[in-house]
Write a protein that binds this ligand. Sequence first.
Ligand SMILES: NC(=O)c1ccc[n+]([C@@H]2O[C@H](COP(=O)([O-])OP(=O)(O)OC[C@H]3O[C@@H](n4cnc5c(N)ncnc54)[C@H](OP(=O)(O)O)[C@@H]3O)[C@@H](O)[C@H]2O)c1
Length: 321
Amino acid sequence: MVRVTIVGGAGRVGRAIVEELGRQGKHEVILWTRRDPCKHQIPGVKTIQVTDYRHENLVSLLNGTHTVLAFFNPMSDPGSRNQIALIDASVAAGVKRLAPSEWAGKVRSGIKMYDMKEPVLDHLENLNKDKKVIEWGLFQPGLLMDYLAHPCPPSKHFDTFPLFFDLENARAIFVEDGLRPVVFTASEDVAKVVARAIDSPEPWTTDGGIVGHRTTFKEIVQIAEKITGQTFTIYNLKSEDLEKGEFRSPWIPSYAPNLPEETIKNVVVPFISGWALGCYNGVADVSPAWNERFPDIQYQTVADMLRAAWGRLQAQRASQA
Ligand SMILES: NC(=O)c1ccc[n+]([C@@H]2O[C@H](COP(=O)([O-])OP(=O)(O)OC[C@H]3O[C@@H](n4cnc5c(N)ncnc54)[C@H](OP(=O)(O)O)[C@@H]3O)[C@@H](O)[C@H]2O)c1
């Protein structure tokens, strides 16, 4: 048994991992949140409130920790200040292993959308430049498959939105012909991989791909049509328009309903265009590095995710009728 400290794991992506580690009960799992810890009680997990990110405080809190997992949202950690403070304190406290807040697609792929993650990787590389002071590894599952299940994701804690694919309204967005490969992995499967990685004595890899299901948006729609019997409306975007910052679609997938026009134009469109272009350029086409390490792990397919989500959606509609 080792102590695993999980920072930001009460949020969207980290929650499945925290729950899996708590459920397995093999390790002492400590969850840090800046919010009221009473509201984030998870079986098998000790939740503590941490708001003071000064070095000495973090070092004293991390003493005795073997592994640190970070789930900071880079949008709400300007300059990755708190994440870098966590890394420096981990080194000072003698933490053995650390996973920075990746949990997405390829970083350093020349694709803008993950630029803000690069300084954290630079920092980790610099720390180990002359002598290895901490072991670190990456977990990159591509896009989380839970988004395909919107508005009925497997967990109520995973706050989804229709990311180019809208099961409820039978519509999807393709960049060009929708045939570029993209990896989707269920957050529950990411949790299984991380749990195995924590148990494994083998050094963690910085080639952090996890492949749940390598597919295309066109294939996802074909699967959905078969499961639901609906015919999907497709909006085709041109990559050259996206490069110019233009999102020429009557449907603009938004991460929140009823946003003001201004916010759609200045925030949602650049955000969603970056994702569309990133996926088209292969940012989510990660390698199966962790699959090769733990070949017995079974992954959910898109059909599994959609079948279950469609069942929940039908039940929800029936209960509202
Ligand atoms: N692959 C995908 O499809 C996908 C989708 C979404 C996100 N991601 C990645 O997953 C990671 C986590 O994203 P998320 O959506 O789970 O984020 P989130 O729910 O918005 O935030 C995660 C947690 O980070 C903590 N946090 C945020 N800013 C912080 C700060 N300045 N200092 C300390 N703690 C802070 C918060 O914890 P407390 O408020 O509890 O303190 C928050 O609950 C990111 O790296 C993101 O890029 C990947």
